[in-house]
Design a protein around this ligand. Structure first.
Ligand code: G3P
Ligand code: CA
Length: 294
C-alpha cells in the first residue's frame, strides 16, 4: 500500500493543478451523446457489494463501461471508496472494533479499515472483499477500461478533499486529455465542492446532484456539465431546461438521474430525454431500453 504523499497535494496547491497537466480542448465530446447511458451505481451493486472492486468487476462482466462511486477520507488522510459516513452497514466493523461506535469513516485509519470485511454483509461469496482505496479503485477502473462518475460524498466533513482527489487522479493518470474528455465526471450534492473542482481544474467535467430551480440553472451552468436529480424530480420540461443551457465546456448540459432499478421507470425517463440512468441493476435498465427500441 502506498501512502499518499502529502507533498503531492501541497505541490498541486502551490502550482495549480491545471498547470500540472496538458490542457484539454475546451470542447467536450461524448461517444455516448445520442443514447441513454447506463451507469452502474456503486458498481453493479445489486450483484456484488457496493463500492468494492468486485462491484465494478461485476459491472464490467455485464458489459457496462460507466460506474459510479463515493469518495471519503480516513482519519489519517487516505481516500477510500464508501457510501455511508460510517462503516457499520457495509463492513464488519462492529465486530472487529466493538468499542468504536458510531464507527465513522473519519475516525478510523486506513490500516484499521483495511482489516475490515466489506463483502460478507452482502453475501458469503464476497467474504474478504475490502474497502478500496481510491488508488486501488482507479487501477481497477483503468484495468477494466471503464469510465467513472465519481461522487465526493459529504465533502463538508473532509476539507480540501477536492484538491486531494484531483491530485490522486493526476497521479493515477486520469487527468490527461483523453480521460477528462471521455472517462471522468466528478459530482456532488455540495455545490461549493463542484465549484471548487471546476476552479481547480477547468477541464474536468462536473455534475451537481439535485434539482435546482429552472431559474437557478444558469448559475449552475457556469461550473456544472451535468444536473443529476433523483428520478422523481425529473420532468420533460426540466430536462429541456437543462439541455437548453451550455455548461462550462460549451456543450449542452446533460442530466443523469438516479436510482432506477426497474424497466418501466427507466423507459419512462429515457423517453423524456435523460442522458443517463444511474442504477444498481444496469442489466435490467439496459434490457428495458433495448426492448423499447432505445
Ligand atoms: O449518483 C447518484 C447517487 O449516487 C446519489 O445518491 O446516496 O446513492 O450517493 P447516493
Ligand atoms: Ca453516490
Amino acid at each position: 500500500m502506498r501512502i499518499r504523499p502529502v507533498a503531492t497535494v501541497v505541490a498541486g496547491a502551490l502550482l495549480g493543478l491545471s498547470a500540472l497537466v496538458p490542457s484539454a480542448s475546451a470542447a467536450q465530446t461524448s461517444t455516448d451523446k445520442h443514447r441513454t447511458v447506463t451507469v452502474a451505481h456503486r458498481g453493479a451493486s445489486a450483484y456484488a457489494p457496493e463500492n468494492t472492486l468486485a462491484s465494478i468487476d461485476a459491472a464490467d462482466r455485464l458489459g457496462f463501461r460507466w460506474v459510479e462511486n463515493d469518495v471519503q477520507r480516513t482519519k489519517d488522510g487516505e481516500l477510500v471508496i464508501l457510501h455511508d459516513n460510517t462503516l457499520a452497514r457495509t463492513t464488519d466493523v462492529e465486530q472487529v472494533f466493538p468499542d468504536r461506535s458510531p464507527w465513522k469513516v473519519a475516525d478510523f485509519t486506513l490500516n484499521e479499515i483495511e482489516k475490515l470485511d466489506a463483502g460478507s454483509w452482502f453475501s458469503p461469496e464476497f467474504k474478504g472483499e475490502r474497502v478500496p482505496t481510491l488508488e486501488a479503485y482507479m487501477d481497477e477502473v483503468e484495468k477494466n477500461s471503464q469510465k467513472l462518475l465519481m461522487e465526493l460524498k459529504s465533502p463538508e466533513l473532509y476539507p480540501g478533499i477536492e484538491l486531494q482527489t484531483l491530485a490522486e487522479l493526476y497521479d493515477a493518470g486520469w487527468l490527461d486529455k483523453s480521460h477528462v474528455k471521455r472517462r471522468l465526471v466528478i459530482q456532488s450534492f455540495n455545490a461549493d465542492t463542484i465549484k471548487n473542482v471546476h476552479r481547480l481544474h477547468k477541464d474536468v467535467r462536473t455534475g451537481f446532484l439535485g434539482n435546482p430551480s429552472v431559474a437557478d440553472l444558469p448559475k449552475y451552468a457556469e461550473y456544472c456539465d451535468q444536473i443529476n436529480p433523483h428520478h422523481r424530480a425529473v420532468t420533460a420540461d426540466y430536462i429541456a431546461a437543462v439541455h437548453g443551457l451550455r455548461g462550462p465546456h460549451r456543450r449542452p448540459m446533460e442530466l443523469h438521474t438516479w436510482t432506477i432499478d426497474d424497466g418501466p421507470t427507466a423507459v419512462k425517463v429515457a423517453e423524456m430525454g435523460v442522458d443517463g440512468i444511474i442504477t444498481n441493476k444496469p442489466d435490467v435498465v439496459r434490457d428495458a431500453l433495448e426492448n423499447s427500441g432505445r
